[in-house]
Every structure is written in C-alpha cells, then in structure tokens.
Design a protein around this ligand. Structure first.
Ligand SMILES: Cc1cc2nc3c(=O)[nH]c(=O)nc-3n(C[C@H](O)[C@H](O)[C@H](O)COP(=O)(O)OP(=O)(O)OC[C@H]3O[C@@H](n4cnc5c(N)ncnc54)[C@H](O)[C@@H]3O)c2cc1C
Length: 683
C-alpha cells in the first residue's frame, strides 16, 4: 500500500537520484534543445496541427513520470497546436513519486513552463497508490498519474491480461514515451515483460520513443522492443554518446500466442461483438437527471457526444439527488479490498471534481470529521491513519482537543478521522448547473420502456402514454432503482431503500459547528439556521411522507455518536420537524452498477458451465445489449461515486482506456452478479 517517495539529492544544482545513480535531467545547459529533439522525433506538432475540427483524443503513455517534464512539454505543445475541443490523455507510471515541495523546486528551473507547472503542482495528487485522474488546463489535458510499478499499472488498465484482448474494442495508445532511468540502473522499466504489456496496448498506428540510451545497453532494449513486436530505428542525438530509439508497432508473436489458448483469465466483462472505434458523432440519451445521469452527460459531452438527458421531472435532481445538503461521505478501510479501493478512488476524484463548485460558493468544502462508533472502529481509524501517513491533506487522525478545535464544538470522542478535502453540496443545484454549463438539454418524459430497432441500430424510447418519445444511437439508464421497470435491466439485484433527513434548528452550541460530523449518522454545519441530519434506512417503506419517528432516529444517532454532541443538541422536538424523505438505490455488495448492460438470457446460457465448476477460467466473452449502458446503484454515497462512475462509463462508451484498474472496473460491472450467482449455483 505504502508509496515510497523519491529520494532526491541536489548535486551541481540539479536533482539526482542516489537510488538510480543518475540525474533526473542531464547536467547540460542546453536543456531545451535536448527536450525538443524528443518531441520533434514524434512529429507531434504536425499530427496535432492537422487534427480536424471534430473531437479528438490522443493518448500518450509514459513509463516514468519523474518531475513531469515530458508531460509539461507535451501539454504545452498540445495546447498550442491541437483544436480546443480535443483532449490529450496522458498516462504515466511512477513507482517513486517526487514529493510536492521537491517537485516545485525542480520545476522552478524551467521558468518558461511556469504557468503549466504551477497548475500541475496545484493539482499534484496525494501519494496514494493507484491511478489519479487529474483534469488540467480547462479540461484540455487529462493526466492519469499511476503511482505504482509500471508493468503492474499498465497491465491493470488493459482490458484483459490476455495480451490479444488487452485493447479489445478500445483505442490503443498512440505514443509511448519510454523515459525512465537508464536500462543499466533501472532494468524494470525496459524489461521484456513491460515491453510485452506495452505492445499489448498498441496497434499498427502506435509509435514508441526512448530517451537517450547508452550504446552498451541499446541492443538489449532494441531486441526487447523487437521481440515485443516493434520495428526499431536508432538515432544519433547531436553528437551525444547516447542513442535514441524510435519503434513502430508492427504486431508480434506475443499478441497472437495467448489468443490460441483455450483457457485463460475470465473474459465475461468483454463484449464479444467487435465495435468500430469512434461513435463520437452519435447521439446519446440518458434516462435520469440525478447526480449519476448529469455527471455522465457532462463526461460524454466533454468527449464530443451529442447528449440529451430525459427525466420524468421538468428539473434535474428531484428524487434521490434532491436533498439540500448532501455529503461527500468518506468510507475507508484498513483493508485493501475492491470496495475500499473504489471508495478511496471515488473520494479523491470527487474532491477534485467538486472543487470548482465549492470555489464558487455552492456548498462548502468544510471538511468531514468521522467519529468512531465503537472501539473496533476506533482501532480501524488508527490503522487507516497509519496507512495514509504522509497523506495528511487527504486524511489524518485528530485527538480530542484537535477535534474540538476543528469542529468548533465540544466533543468527547478521544479520536476521530479528519478529511479536509471533503464537504457538502446541494446536489439538485449541482445537477442543474452541470446541464446548463454544458448546454445539455433536459427532456421531460416519463419513460415506460425502450426497445432496440435492429434495422437502424437505434433505441426507441416509449413514454407512459405508449407514444414513441425519442430515438437514439446510444442509451444510458441512470434511473436509480427505476432500472427494475425495464425489461433489459430488471435482472439487476437493486433495492429501493427509503431514507429521511431531518432539519435540526441550530442551537447556541451547534451554531459554531464548522465541519460535518459523521458517526452513526451525520450532521452538517448550519445553513440558514438549520443543520441537515441524516439519514434513516427504511426497507420496504415506499412513502415520501415525513415521519416523526424517523426524525427521532436521526437525532438519536447523533446523540449516540458523541456525548458532547448530545449536550450541544439540547432538547429537540421531532413532532413538527422539517426534513425530506426519498429513496436510495442499493446493491448487494454496496458498489454501484456501471458499464454495458448484459444480454441476460444469452449470458445465462453461455456461462452456464460456471454452475458445474466455478473455477473454470474460460475465454468466452460476454454478450451485451448493443449500445446500452447503465450507471446506478449509488446507495448512500451518490455524491462520492457519481463523478468517478460517470468518467468510467464515458471512457467505456468512447472506447478509451479508463482511469481505473480492471479489477475495480469489474467490481462495478453490471454482469458481476450474474457471474457470481452462476458460480454459487443461485441461478
Ligand atoms: C435521505 C437520503 C439522504 C442521503 N444523503 C446522502 C449524502 O449525504 N451523500 C450522498 O452521497 N448520498 C446521499 N444519499 C444518496 C444519494 O442521494 C443517492 O445515492 C443519489 O442521489 C443517487 O443518484 P442517482 O442519479 O443514481 O438517482 P436519482 O437522483 O434518484 O436520479 C434518478 C432519476 O431518474 C429519473 N427516472 C427514474 N425512472 C424514470 C423513468 N422511467 N423515466 C424518466 N425518468 C426517470 C428520476 O426522476 C430521477 O430524477 C442520500 C439518500 C437519501 C434518500
């Protein structure tokens, strides 16, 4: 779990790595020239200048982020040459990330890049392993900074560990920058394993460029590249004793060999129908204008799709996403399972996603304090704080006096976790502003059902009066538990779970509350004289009428959370209390449902062998409904999950490499229940 920060020594005024016995940059004065040679070799300028006015994304992947110099140079060139509506996707792996302060010191040596480097430094992520998805330069560049071993990270973003399927139905990487430390000091970045992974994410249009390589090791690198399927040319570099390589992917043995195997890792998550790349000109309709639908609409609009959102209400955010104060709720674990890893990724991304809203005064990034509900959870909190030591900006442990200081009220709890980057938002306003900002139309239709028209490969949407209300190429279902009403999605095991929040009048001792407090329930800082306090869980209750007994439950939860809070809340009368009740859409494993919609009956048939032997790994691919996707099952954490799931779904629809590891993608995949239930013989 722990990330080891780069150890940097300053020698002759330049950053030096004692581990790899090399400078981060060559100790040459002619820095700019050596850097531009690298870019010229790639002919990027000409390629990017000639991109048409339609949306384009260009994917660069790099094997050593270091101080981000290649990233900044590529971004600089992209911003100056590529059309404004297009996006540079830059994946870069780094096992030993440079500390933020050190990074700022290093990049200050490149004053001509200072505007770009300042933005990178501002958004530089906390040192948590995994992929950090960072949108920079007005969204024109996306940095997918992968803290971890390069081979593991690049393998994790491929569609399958089977190399032949690594970019099945997906755009390959356009350009590889192989720029870690020299092969002699850092052989892992030039290994045949990593180069095979690189090859698996490449196609005949992909080019790989290396940094300067010592003549002694160049033949090993060149041979490894050739074995991986690249044809290689070497270049002199202005009289330098080192050489550079330019490798073009031509296809290799490794790509074919695994496809001949009759068994291998499971491929149920892959669509057996081969889809042509780029559906960008196509129309997408999203049913559901809650936080899931609206974030998905924006993620797709940013990728050049023509998006429309449909809802049975005339305004966005009127159902689950309609509370006046919703919390970006933290839920971490000392364990490393899929659920806490997704939660972690979702929280980090959400805190970046909502920052512009908080900056313009919507909601408040006031931080969230989590108080332990029992001694076992207190132990977990200590483990979590140890695990995230060095990530204080994201989470740290507070002792009692610090808790009182931070929260602004007198609490008794000896410890608590503090998440400074989180806060609360008014989700309905966020939904409405997202649609307005990206000019996404909202159509007021109550959809009864939809069906696929094979003749023109479109989805027809029928309203509750039986009329054809809309027709679209690509359809996304973001109707929360409403997915139960559609024939294509009603096999999904979701539950409609009522919840009620209570508006507690601010009291003398609670007015000063500065942060959100979470424990058994949650309490927000007062807004217009009221705190939001929530929420109940009422299974099997389907009314939105407020219930006094539920207000009592909410208040009791906060009283139990901390005796200090109990005292501060004083007497409260639940009989006429204001609040709001609505419904969550929950799933059995507490994770959202995101991705392509399986064709249930055909998947059931094709994967029936799992009933006989659950351990069978087969090369059988899944069968999915044509251009039908879903994003629902947000449970109690829609605000935290939606930005991440929207990005994931948009990358799947646009056939881009997602900013999320494959096991996490599978952890939210709509076909996971079907496969699990077959394995358990429950289907
Ligand atoms: C009391 C309560 C408190 C909560 N507190 C928090 C919190 O503090 N933080 C947090 O992160 N989460 C919280 N949640 C959970 C959160 O509200 C949900 O996870 C989130 O709103 C779900 O968003 P969604 O877009 O999936 O669903 P929704 O917001 O419910 O959106 C679904 C949309 O689909 C539309 N729709 C459905 N069927 C059709 C149809 N057939 N035709 C047309 N339109 C249709 C609906 O009108 C609706 O607008 C709370 C939930 C409740 C109930």
């Amino acid at each position: 779990m722990a990330i080891i920060a780069a150890d940097i020594e300053w020698r002759q005024g330049l950053p030096y790595s004692p581990l790899f016995k090399e400078f981060y940059f060559p100790p040459s004065t002619d820095m700019d020239e050596s850097e531009s040679v690298f870019l010229q070799q790639s002919e990027l300028k000409q390629r990017w200048q000639s991109l048409g006015k339609n949306f384009h994304s260009f994917t660069i992947a790099e094997t050593g982020f270091g101080a981000g110099l290649n990233f900044l140079l590529c971004s600089d060139l992209w911003l100056n040459t590529a059309p404004k509506n297009s996006v540079l996707e830059f994946f870069s792996a780094e096992l030993f990330p440079i500390d933020k302060a050190e990074l700022a010191k290093i990049l200050s040596q490149r004053p001509h890049l200072c505007t770009l480097s300042n933005e990178l430094i501002k958004h530089y992520p906390v040192p948590v392993p995994g992929i950090h998805n960072i949108e920079l330069f007005q969204g024109r560049v996306k940095l997918h900074l992968m803290f971890g071993d390069a081979n593991e990270m690049f393998s994790s973003i491929s569609q399958s560990p089977n190399q032949a399927q690594a970019h099945h139905n997906r755009k390959p990487v356009d350009l590889w920058l192989l720029d870690g430390f020299a092969p002699i000091s850092n052989p892992a970045l030039w290994s045949s394993d990593l180069l095979a992974t690189i090859a698996s994410l490449s196609d005949q249009t992909t080019v790989a460029l290396t940094a300067n390589i010592d003549r002694k090791t160049i033949s090993t690198v060149s041979n490894n590249l050739q074995s991986a399927g690249f044809s290689v040319e070497s270049y002199e570099n202005n009289g330098s004793p080192k050489l550079r390589l330019k490798a073009s992917f031509v296809g290799g043995k490794s790509q074919q060999s695994t496809s001949d195997n009759s068994s291998g890792p499971s491929q149920w998550h892959l669509d057996k129908t081969v889809r042509p790349i780029s559906l960008r000109d196509h129309e997408v309709a999203i049913i559901g204008a809650g936080i899931a639908g609206c974030t998905t609409a924006v993620a797709l609009a940013k990728r050049g799709f023509k998006v429309k959102v449909i809802d049975r209400h005339a305004l966005a955010g009127q159902e689950g996403s309609g509370n006046s104060q919703a919390i970006v709720y933290p839920k971490l674990s000392p364990r490393d399972d899929v659920l806490p890893r997704i939660n972690l990724r979702a929280l980090l991304f959400a805190s970046r996603y909502y920052a512009p809203f908080w900056q313009r005064g919507l909601g408040n990034q006031c931080g969230v304090i989590s108080l332990p509900e029992n001694p076992k959870i207190a132990e977990d909190f200590i483990k979590i704080s140890q695990r995230f030591s060095g990530c204080d900006d994201f989470v740290h442990l507070l002792k009692n006096d610090q808790l009182c200081d931070r929260s602004g009220i007198s609490l008794n709890s000896p410890i608590g976790l503090f998440f400074p980057l989180l806060g609360w938002l008014p989700p309905a306003i966020i939904c409405q502003q997202l649609l307005e900002e990206y000019r996404i139309p909202l159509m007021n239709i109550d959809i009864d059902h939809f069906n696929h028209q094979q003749s023109d490969n479109r989805w027809n949407l029928i309203d509750t009066s039986g009329k054809l209300a809309h027709s679209t190429d690509i359809l996304v279902v973001a109707t929360a538990y409403g997915c139960e009403n559609f024939e294509q999605t009603n096999f999904l095991p979701v539950t409609q779970l009522r919840g009620q929040i209570s508006k507690l009048p601010a009291k003398a001792k609670t007015k000063s509350l500065k942060t959100i407090i979470c424990g058994e329930g949650y309490l927000t800082p007062a807004q217009d004289g009221y705190h939001s306090c929530g929420a109940t869980y009422n299974k099997g209750l389907f009314s939105t009428e407020l219930r006094a007994e539920d207000h009592e439950i909410n208040i009791a939860k906060m009283r139990h959370t901390d005796p200090g809070l109990d005292a501060a809340l004083e007497n409260l009368d639940a009989s006429n209390m204001e609040g709001r009740a609505n419904f969550r859409c929950t799933t059995k494993d507490y994770l959202p449902i995101v991705g392509p919609v399986p064709n249930f009956s055909s998947m059931l048939k094709n994967f029936s062998f799992l009933r006989r032997d659950a351990r069978t790994d087969s090369m059988v691919m899944g069968d999915y409904q044509p251009n039908l996707y879903i994003n629902c099952g947000m449970g109690s954490r829609g605000l935290s999950y939606a930005p991440l799931t929207a990005e994931l779904l948009a990358s799947q629809i646009s056939q881009q490499i997602p900013s999320l590891e494959r096991d996490l993608v599978q952890g939210m995949h709509p076909a996971r229940f079907l496969i699990r239930d077959l394995k358990k013989k429950q289907l």
